[in-house]
Ligand binder design. Structure first.
Ligand SMILES: Cc1ncc(COP(=O)(O)O)c(C=O)c1O
Length: 359
């Protein structure tokens, strides 16, 4: 297989053992003589995967017993709608830190109109920082944040103290750092960065927050439906859940979330140090808000015409997925949990070599 350094923003690099286990299960699930996509989701063997997957979530993130964990279809984007459907009665507060946060707000606004309020935004500087100077309305039903802004490379590094239940889209930094789940009312995300492949979203919800809205809830949009049916009200996306399960098993082998966090900090420090040292490049995110997952940088203005040349140079050396999102430009290296340190070292070496070539 061709050697690459995969910095894709998602779908992205996954742990090799998780992919290998997925291939085995596609061929022959637990010695059943059938593929995992051919068996009944009501079979004992499948239910064991669901149970063990949930147990791993609980163990790895230390999820308290009064929180429920769900595996649902529709990606994080469906959660943008399910959250307000289930929680918004009088007021919902949103922090606008990027495109995904805006999309989450749009759904709340569609449902609740002026009951959905933006408390702060970093749109004035192209979402290059996390707003700090604002108040969370204590009478809000919830306060929604996006902990990692995949496109802009900014991240909220700690668990906020919020007077309203905190709801977090953690699509692109779940399992990358220890999180105090008890500080959140609800955490959700698409699996396809740090916990598997597209096709399944995770939801961790404090059960006592549910059942308080006056609107009738369509069955599939009601979290309680999925709690009652252990995420199997309808046919679950078995293969994405299996990959999630195998990915979590791999996280455990890395020393769990603390071990992964250590690796992520090392990788990010390597690359940010090079960006700050190298005369050709400059980081785009405010230093204190720099993401450990998506590292965004551009060419300094005097070298702006070398952008394409650097992309071609990096491609020749096996770098994949480092072109920045069109709304930021430049480069973005996504260094998710499964991105090996060697890949980051290779990118750093590539930046150093390119610097030497440029007068
Ligand atoms: C922070 C964030 N939220 C939400 C989404 C949307 O996820 P999905 O494609 O699962 O709907 C993404 C996708 O990249 C994301 O990065």
């Amino acid at each position: 297989m061709k050697q690459t350094h995969n910095f894709n923003a998602g779908p992205c690099v996954l742990p090799k053992p998780a992919i290998a286990a997925g291939i085995n299960a596609l061929n022959d699930f637990k010695g059943s003589g059938m593929s995992v996509i051919e068996i009944s989701h009501r079979s004992k063997d499948w239910e064991a995967v669901m149970d063990e997957c949930e147990a791993l979530w609980r163990e790895l993130l230390d999820v308290p017993a009064h929180y429920r964990i769900l595996f649902l279809g529709g990606g994080a984007s469906l959660q943008f709608l399910m959250v307000p459907y289930n929680l918004l009665e009088r007021k919902a507060a949103y922090l606008e830190t990027g495109v995904w946060a805006k999309k989450a707000f749009t759904e709340a606004f569609l449902l609740g109109g002026s009951a959905a309020v933006k408390v702060a935004s970093s749109a004035n500087r192209n979402f290059s920082y996390i707003p700090k100077d604002y108040e969370i309305p204590p009478d809000a039903d919830y306060f929604h944040i996006t902990t990692n802004n995949t496109i802009y490379g900014t991240e909220i590094h700690d668990d906020y103290d919020s007077p309203a239940p905190l709801v977090a889209d953690m699509s692109s930094d779940i399992m990358s750092r220890p999180v105090d789940v008890s500080k959140y009312g609800l955490i959700y995300g698409g699996a396809q960065k740090n916990v598997g492949t597209a096709g399944v979203a995770f939801v961790i919800v404090r059960e006592d927050l549910l059942g308080k809205v006056s609107r009738p809830l369509p069955t599939m949009l009601d979290y309680r439906t999925h709690i009652k049916n252990a995420s199997m009200f309808n046919t679950p996306p078995v293969f994405p859940i299996l990959i999630m399960y195998e990915t979590l098993k791999w996280v455990k082998t890395q020393g769990g979330v603390p071990g992964i966090y250590r690796q992520n900090r090392e990788k990010a420090a390597l690359l940010y140090d090079e960006i700050d040292r190298n005369r050709l490049f400059v980081g785009t995110a405010a230093k204190e808000d720099r993401s450990l997952m998506n590292i965004c940088f551009v060419m300094r203005s005097e070298y702006a015409d070398r952008e394409e040349a650097f992309l071609a140079f990096a491609k020749e050396r096996g770098m994949v997925g480092i072109k920045g999102h069109r709304s930021v430009g430049g480069f973005r290296a996504s260094t998710y949990n499964a991105c090996p340190k060697e890949s980051v070292e290779a990118l750093v070496a590539c930046m150093q070599e390119f610097e030497k070539k440029i007068k």
